[in-house]
Design a binder for this molecule. Structure first.
Ligand SMILES: [Zn+2]
Ligand SMILES: [Zn+2]
Ligand SMILES: [Zn+2]
Length: 86
């Protein structure tokens, strides 16, 4: 990512905002940094490697670490395939 990337969801500079204002995506609750299935370092106090938010805040939109709360894949817009399969 570039140093001055702006989050398209909250309009703030990713490196200056400690968390995203977007808490919900369409009908889905978003997954905060630290609640992913994988360990990205939130427990040890490291900021997100993708969008630099602090632990247990919401990722900025487009972060490579952000996960969909339903399918566990990278966060996405539109209907979730996990729901379509069930
Ligand atoms: Zn944001
Ligand atoms: Zn992130
Ligand atoms: Zn999904």
């Amino acid at each position: 990512m570039t140093e001055l990337a702006t989050c398209p969801a909250c309009g703030r500079l990713m490196r200056l905002a400690s968390g995203c204002a977007l808490t919900q995506l369409e009908h889905r609750q978003r997954v905060q940094y630290g609640f992913e299935d994988e360990d990205w370092g939130a427990g040890s106090g490291s900021p997100c490697r993708g969008c630099a938010v602090v632990a247990y805040q919401f990722h900025h939109w487009g972060c490579e670490v952000a996960r969909c709360g339903e399918c566990g894949d990278r966060e996405h817009k539109g209907p979730c395939e996990a729901l379509a399969r069930s």
